[in-house]
Design a protein around this ligand. Structure first.
Ligand code: ATP
Ligand code: MG
Length: 773
């Protein structure tokens, strides 16, 4: 039963906020259909909750701010930089560990297979397939049994997190561990996926864990790191982690910063640029030192070819005007194949989620094993049908590494061929991904690969990448994208070389452009991809060409569907707020967008019984709090979070017998609760209404909500267009926005001049000055 007081409040609320009954008619009248209104209404079916990035300026916050002196502020800044350093170091070390492990597993696997196929092809295949299967199985086991949130690349989820959506389990310690070991298994096991996307997730997990001072569950917490009070700080650290992930994956520090800026974050603060840049620089230094240490052979098979970087500085120096047309064609192919990839993966992932994966973990593991066996059969079997190619004439300076003894793998793969021969299909199919890409980008000779081999690889690898995407293993899309793109790029290159024989054209350059075009057509990034491509190939001269193909492929892809990560986020029910509002929002007002909702309020002093029944009656996380003036006018005095109400109910210390609020004349408000709990939003997952146990006496008590609410929530007038509301909501990273009728009075006007306040300036002085003018 609601108390009378609350009932009055609710009635007033209905009067103030209820939607006009003819809103659909109105919507039609102003050009938007009722359907459109419905479409932009919230989706109650979505189970995800948002994050509170807003600063809650309640009593607790103000007290906390008043206590903070200069030393504390300096300490906070120092800890932020130390954390950036730790994030960079941690992500770089994780990347080095994954690379060393993958290279070693792959190295042992290929050496063993090559040795065995000298005696029996079948035995060689069996060993190759079983090693792949064991590695992939370990990865699938980790994901299904230990860290389900570590499946996939994790980028859509991190993008969602930075957009304000709380996806369960994505930043946990176990997810981090699952991602690291799962990636080693899936990439080492030769599946058509990469480790670069997972590294972004790994960076984000490391950042988030450091931001909260470690893992509570595993008792790995440090108190001196726990200084951050808001989700904002954690969000900034996660942004640093994403940049570190890309910087470590590609050894592309600037690319990492731009990736974070362009692809994953929704809000960017200029102060953040510095720290993200610093984190990426740390990654570059740590990775370089680790690689230097490994060069002396201390890291097994890692060292000569390991770590993603394809230095093609010896490649094509310049390009001629005639080449622009075939390069544009590469851009168009990239856009088409990229959009097709997104669409196919969307359909398959949809089917998996709704039918296959619902049958349980066993099905997921069996599925991954089948994909692994098919991959092994194709990558081992197809090169067997390929004729051997004689090695090109080598001289000491050419740098061509043709296998001199059977089984050696490197620039060219010998496979079953004789001495001074190589198998071009095995060179890209039966090889580690990094070496295969290095071979595809190679600009040493012409026609190293036959068109038939490239076409076979393209069709097969494309199909494998589509099928593998979405299985229960950590999977990145960068490297498969680079492999697919460089294959058709090289095919176009071969055609161009034979067409314009007099020009100094190299197929490797076209392979690089093809890789850029496929990534652009699928992921729809521009600036960051461009810089990453330049950084990994170490060839600045190709910059204008990469820009050209990226722009074309993105434009072509955009004509068909959304980018890969957006599509996947949609599929996973992550409601991202994109950077631009939809056009139709111009015709919808804030009030119309609220629909027929009855706003659920709390009065300032509320009966415990009512709090309990209201919290049980809905799942909302924010509630306006109203009060009445002496003249009986209703005032909205702030917004209270469900998580804070739950803390109040559980602790009981702020319960009072009187239904009257404390006034300032009674002296300071006697808050017995530990206010620090109210400075930041408490996790909505932490405490549930079912954890609250109250006695009948408790239920008859009251709580004065005034000290705990956020007294300055953002509000918009009811007839503000939804476009403006959208921009405000997204740019400020809000969770709740109150829609109010027209204000009755104005108490002041803020302009630019009111915001230009010097450090240590006396605000009262400013006021005096302003009024005296
Ligand atoms: P989020 O889900 O983004 O974390 P929330 O949980 O507070 O925020 P929901 O309750 O999930 O919000 O929102 C579902 C719908 O309920 C939305 O349409 C929203 O407008 C509406 N809603 C939210 N809070 C209230 C409230 N206090 N009174 C009435 N309607 C509300
Ligand atoms: Mg909700």
């Amino acid at each position: 039963m609601l108390s009378n007081h609350l009932q009055n409040g609710m009635d007033t609320a209905k009067l103030m906020w209820s939607r006009l009954p003819k809103s659909e008619v109105e919507a039609e009248a102003d050009g938007s259909t009722a359907d459109e209104v419905g479409r932009y209404k919230k989706n109650d079916g979505i189970a995800v909750e948002s994050l509170d990035y807003e600063v809650i300026e309640n009593c607790a916050y103000r007290q906390e701010q008043a206590k903070r002196g200069k030393i504390y502020r300096a300490y906070t800044v120092l800890v932020k930089w130390i954390l950036a350093l730790l994030i960079g170091t941690g992500t770089a070390l994780a990347a080095v560990f994954i690379n060393i492990s993958v290279e070693n597993f792959a190295g042992w696997k290929y050496s063993l297979t090559f040795n065995i196929i000298q005696k029996s092809y079948f035995a060689g295949f069996l060993v190759y397939m079983l090693i792949n299967l064991a590695l992939v199985l370990s990865s699938a086991w980790i994901i299904t049994q230990f860290a389900p949130a570590a499946a996939g690349s994790g980028i859509p989820e991190i993008k969602g997190y930075l957009n304000g959506i709380d996806t369960h389990g994505i930043l946990l310690f176990r997810t981090l561990i699952g991602k690291i070991f799962g990636s080693i298994g899936s990439v080492g096991g030769g599946l058509a996926l990469g480790k670069e996307g997972p590294l972004v997730h790994i960076g984000a997990c490391i950042a988030s864990l450091l931001g909260q001072g470690g893992s509570t569950k595993y008792h790995l917490r440090s108190r001196w790191l726990q200084i951050f009070t808001s989700e904002r700080d954690r969000r900034d650290l996660v942004t640093c982690g994403c940049a570190a992930g890309v910087a470590a994956a590609f050894r592309a520090p600037v690319g990492g910063v731009l990736f974070a800026l362009e692809e994953v974050t929704s809000w960017w603060r200029s102060q953040l640029m510095w720290r993200v840049f610093f984190t990426s620089a740390i990654v570059a230094v740590v990775v370089r030192s680790a690689m230097g240490w490994c060069k002396s052979g201390k890291c097994g098979h890692f060292g000569d070819g390991g770590f993603i970087i394809w230095d093609i500085s010896g490649g094509q120096e310049d390009y001629s005007f005639q080449e622009l047309l075939p390069m544009a064609v590469i851009g168009v192919i990239g856009g088409l194949l990229g959009a097709l990839f997104n669409q196919l993966t969307y359909y398959i992932a949809y089917w998996r989620r709704n039918y296959l994966h619902k049958r349980g973990n066993r099905v997921k593991v069996v599925e991954v094993c089948i994909v692994s066996v098919i991959t092994s059969v194709i990558s081992f079997g197809l090169p067997l049908f390929k004729k051997c190619t004689p090695c090109p004439d080598t001289d000491a300076n050419s740098g061509i590494e043709c296998p001199r003894r059977p089984g050696m793998y490197g620039n060219y793969v010998n496979f079953y061929c004789g001495e001074k021969e190589y198998n071009d299909l095995a060179t890209i199919f039966f090889n580690t991904q990094d070496d295969a890409i290095r071979n595809l980008f190679s600009a040493k000779t012409i026609h190293e690969f036959s068109a038939q081999s490239l076409l076979t690889f393209l069709v097969m690898f494309y199909s494998l990448a589509v099928v593998t995407f979405g299985t229960a293993v950590p999977a990145g899309q960068f490297v498969p994208g680079i492999m697919i793109g460089s294959t058709y790029g090289r095919l176009v290159g071969m055609f161009v070389v034979s067409f314009y024989q007099k020009l100094n054209i190299e197929e490797g350059t076209y392979a690089l452009l093809g890789a850029a075009s496929f990534l652009g057509g699928s992921m729809r990034m521009t600036v960051s991809l461009c810089v990453i491509m330049v950084e990994i190939t170490n060839n600045l001269k190709l910059l204008p060409l990469i820009m050209l193909v990226l722009l074309i492929s993105k434009a072509v892809g955009d004509a068909f569907n959304e980018g890969l990560y957006e599509e996947q986020a949609r599929l996973r029910g992550i409601p991202l707020l994109e950077s631009r509002p939809k056009y139709q929002m111009r015709n919808i007002t804030a009030k119309e967008a609220c629909g027929n909702q009855q706003v659920v309020y709390f009065p300032r002093v509320v009966k415990v019984m009512d709090v309990l029944s209201i919290l049980k009656g809905n799942n909302h996380n924010g509630f306006p709090v109203i009060d009445h003036t002496r003249s009986g006018e209703t005032l909205v005095i702030g917004l209270i979070l469900r998580s804070h109400l739950l803390v109040l109910l559980q602790s009981k210390v702020d319960f009072q017998h009187s239904p009257l609020p404390f006034s300032s004349r009674d002296g300071p408000i006697p808050i017995r609760h530990n206010l620090t709990e109210f400075v930041k939003p408490v996790s909505s997952k932490g405490l549930s209404i079912h954890d609250i146990h109250l006695t009948p006496d408790d239920l008859e008590m009251y709580i004065d909500l005034a000290p705990f609410l956020n007294p300055s929530p953002y509000v918009v007038p009811e007839d503000m267009s939804l476009t403006k509301v959208y921009n405000l909501f997204r740019q400020l990273g809000l969770r709740h926005l109150l829609v109010v009728p027209h204000a009755s009075r104005v108490v002041g006007m803020i302009t630019r001049k009111d915001l230009l306040i010097e450090d240590n300036e006396d605000i009262a002085g400013v006021e005096l000055q302003t009024t005296s003018q």
